[in-house]
Design a binder for this molecule. Structure first.
Ligand SMILES: CC(C)(COP(=O)(O)OP(=O)(O)OC[C@H]1O[C@@H](n2cnc3c(N)ncnc32)[C@H](O)[C@@H]1OP(=O)(O)O)[C@@H](O)C(=O)NCCC(=O)NCCS
Length: 347
């Protein structure tokens, strides 16, 4: 496929190690989500700072920033080269002209087609996002796994004195335990993604029995599915005033990753998550888990999803991946799953 960028000399694509200031503005204007839930993200500069070094693609149309995508090199445990592509976005004034496809095509060419080593390029796409799914499919990405966007909602999360920060000296032991309790798959980068400064643990008898990595984000919900959703959004200013759990504007939430519970200690997940929410001053958390991930069922069975779980509807996220030089057995093992959602893959 010849991309628009190759055909039109007014279009340029630059790959920068850091985002240009207008890229932050573009990402704060974009309406994310799909037919059901739509939202805009705030504090994007902070989110990009977490990503740190990456390939920030800037597509300009006549000099003006029109589209972007961020590509991050990963360091998985088993040494396969992989890249995570995220934040594909086109300025609303420029959508429907092939620019989303053009920037995605550029990313595939530069990070996969020209790779000398066996490489996987992957990203997460909401299955209800038709243009985005179409772009991935047209570029030959395969649907390797399905993730659930799991919302955890508490009305009045309680604190717990057993919950505290992970100590630097405890990291290696915890990492060992996380690896031990979750299925081994080739792209798991937990050794890199486990960040001590973001990690909370619940200790009992001096031992870590549960843990979760949390980073705070902020969004404004602009659409919710169905008539109930529309009604809720209309009433949001009043509801938000009555209870912060029902706020729709500049709503803080935490993205959770690297969830851990010692075998037989699933009951610790609920007080841990409640305390993490409390410490971050919010009532809502989001996490992304493969449908086949035992942690999804453990959270459910331990009633750790909270009484407000499901309020935002349920969206299904496809793991879309393209590979080059990767052996069929590795691809098979990726397909077998569960997909190891990295705490560094911040959507
Ligand atoms: C999704 C997005 C990046 C698409 O960018 P775009 O420049 O408008 O897309 P393109 O013009 O390149 O079109 C891509 C394909 O989607 C198709 N398409 C567009 N709208 C569609 C729709 N409503 N239903 C089905 N297909 C659609 C186009 O026909 C095209 O397919 P084709 O090449 O086979 O004709 C852009 O709409 C956007 O920024 N959305 C908000 C942020 C977002 O959702 N990002 C994706 C996160 S995974």
């Amino acid at each position: 496929m010849r991309s628009v960028a190759e055909q039109d000399s007014a279009i340029t694509i630059e790959d920068r190690p850091q985002p240009a200031p207008e890229l932050v503005r573009l990402l704060e204007q974009v309406r994310w989500g799909s037919q059901g839930v739509r939202y805009v993200s705030h504090d994007v500069a902070e989110q990009l700072a977490w990503i740190g070094d990456g390939h920030y693609l800037h597509l300009r149309c006549g000099g003006e920033l029109a589209a972007t995508m961020v590509v991050v090199a990963k360091r998985p445990r088993q040494g396969i080269h992989s890249y995570y592509r995220t934040m594909l976005a086109v300025d609303e004034r420029f959508t429907g002209r092939g620019l989303g496809a053009a920037i995605a095509h550029y990313a595939r060419q530069h990070f996969l087609d020209q790779a000398a080593e066996p490489t996987v390029l992957y990203g997460f796409v909401d299955t209800a996002n038709a243009p985005s799914m179409r772009i991935a499919e047209r570029l030959g990405y395969q649907h390797l796994a399905e993730l659930c966007a799991v919302d955890l909602g508490y009305v009045a999360p309680g604190d717990d004195h057993r919950v505290g920060r992970l100590g630097t000296a405890e990291r290696a032991e915890l990492l060992h335990r996380i690896v031990d309790t979750r299925p081994a798959t080739p792209l798991d980068d937990v050794a890199d993604a486990l960040r001590t400064d973001e990690y909370w643990v619940l200790r009992a008898g001096g031992e870590i029995v549960a843990g979760a990595q949390a980073c705070i984000k902020r969004m404004t919900i602009t659409a919710l599915p169905g008539w109930r959703g529309q009604l809720m959004l209309r009433a949001a200013p009043l509801l938000g005033w009555l209870h912060s759990a029902l706020r729709s504007r500049r709503r803080a939430y935490v993205q959770l990753g690297n969830l851990y519970a010692r075998r037989g200690a699933d009951d610790a997940l609920r007080p841990l998550i409640a305390a993490v929410l409390r410490r971050h001053g919010t009532t809502l958390a989001l996490t992304y888990l493969d449908r086949r991930d035992p942690m999804l069922h453990r959270l459910r069975d331990a009633r750790a999803l909270g009484p407000l779980h499901g309020l935002a509807g349920a969206s299904t996220i496809a793991v879309m991946a393209a590979a080059r030089g990767v052996s069929p057995s590795v691809l098979e093992s990726l397909r077998r799953g569960p997909w190891p959602v990295s705490a560094l893959d911040r959507m």
